[in-house]
Design a protein around this ligand. Structure first.
Ligand code: COA
Length: 361
């Protein structure tokens, strides 16, 4: 049996053709294409087509009319529950019994619908009880526009650009926890609804996907002190981490952070100045204290600003992340289906030695 690695760090569990985070070069490529060449040139739904079908002329379909059972306004929970229901409502076939083409169709239908569920759940959280009519939603030209129309009944161009950029930048990133969860469930031959809802469950934890929620309050705190250098020193002296810095994979700058920073600037984020001042202070001090460990700005830092420009409240950040990941999850579910191999790692037993029942009764 091979050595135990907590968190499976460094263990290669799959081979993938979908995305390549270039650890040293600070780039992220989807099917070989640098994401910087995609943002602003192709809308998210076409990037979905690139990731899932390896074809930029393909796209995530438009959402079809659908009535969720009862949304609560808690978007991750609503999304997980409703996505699981598609198995029954749409009578989805098991992945080991349907063709790749059928699985692709199921993934497209569900992906489009998942965005709608988040939009409708966000609308309920905002206190609305009515649904925006589908004719109005259908007027949106892109997935981001449709999402905003379904959420708020209007799609401000700045918000559209912010959400589209954020979704493309965070659409796929290799074998993270939620993608692994989706692949594990897909490997059992379960249907696409089961695999995608499991991914949403994995993403609802604060360690994966929720960090933008902490960045905005942090920036407000730094702004109130008026002294980013002092704040950084105090935070690090207290043994705390600065949210939005450091990454498991990238040793160079996280390319997604670079793009999102540019977008935050361009869209006139009200927090851009304090964010840049804090970034400068944090990078300098982290480098001074940890010269051997490159700790650069990660995707979560400027994501927070871009989502803020779009009027996305911090509590909605994990569900927005789930919307973007429908592309990566779908691509991985299809890739997993094609391997046809069930995941079944081993556990090393370290419990009590054999003992009699009398010893415990
Ligand atoms: N602020 C201050 N110190 C940090 C830091 C941060 N953001 N990130 C890492 N470090 C330090 C750790 O304290 C540790 O120091 P030590 O060796 O003296 O104990 C060292 O750098 C290595 O940390 P480690 O947790 O092993 O690094 P990692 O690469 O496995 O972790 C993260 C990656 C993202 C979990 C980590 O950088 C982090 O917690 N960042 C803040 C939270 C965040 O931004 N999350 C969003 C991730 S996209």
């Amino acid at each position: 049996m091979s050595a135990f690695k907590p968190g499976l760090e460094g263990i290669v569990a799959v081979e993938t053709e979908i995305a390549e985070p270039d650890r040293e070069g600070g780039t992220l490529r989807y099917r070989g294409i640098d994401i910087e060449d995609l943002v602003g040139h192709y809308p998210y739904e076409r990037v979905w087509g690139l990731l899932v079908d390896n074809d930029l002329d393909s796209a995530m379909p438009d959402p079809e009319p659908y009535d969720p059972v009862q949304l609560t306004g808690n978007a991750p929970s609503d999304l997980q529950a409703e996505t699981a229901r598609f198995s029954a409502v749409w009578k989805l076939g098991k992945l080991n019994e349907i063709s790749d083409e059928q699985a692709r169709e199921d993934l497209g239908r569900i992906s489009a619908q998942m965005m709608g569920i988040v939009a409708r759940s966000a609308r309920i959280a905002d206190g609305h009880r009515d649904d925006i009519p589908m004719e109005v939603v259908a007027q949106g030209k892109t997935a981001a526009e449709k999402f905003l129309l379904q959420w708020r009944g209007e799609a401000d161009p700045k918000a559209v650009k912010a959400i589209d950029t954020y979704w493309i930048c965070t659409g796929e990133h290799g074998l993270n926890a939620s993608t692994f969860a989706a692949r594990i469930v897909a490997s059992t031959g379960a249907d696409c609804g089961a695999a995608l809802s499991s991914a949403v469950g994995a993403l609802s934890g604060p360690l994966h996907g929720g960090a933008p929620a902490y960045v905005k309050p942090m920036l407000q705190e730094v702004e109130a002190t008026g002294d980013p250098e002092q704040w950084v020193n105090d935070t690090l002296d207290a043994g705390k981490r600065i949210m939005g810095f450091g990454h498991r994979i990238y040793r160079a700058e996280d390319p997604r952070s670079r793009i999102l920073k540019e977008t935050a600037r361009e869209l006139g984020s009200p927090q851009i100045q304090i964010a840049e001042r804090l970034e400068e202070a944090a990078l300098a001090e982290l480098e001074r204290r940890k010269p051997d460990r490159p700790l650069k700005t990660n995707v979560e830092y400027y994501s927070a600003l871009v989502l803020d420009v779009a009027g996305v409240p911090p509590r909605l950040a994990p569900a927005m992340f789930a919307c973007s990941r429908v592309a990566g999850w779908s691509a991985h579910i299809l890739e997993q289906k094609r391997t046809g191999r069930l995941f079944r790692p081993s556990a090393r037993y370290v419990g009590p030695a054999p003992r009699s029942l009398a010893a415990v009764s």
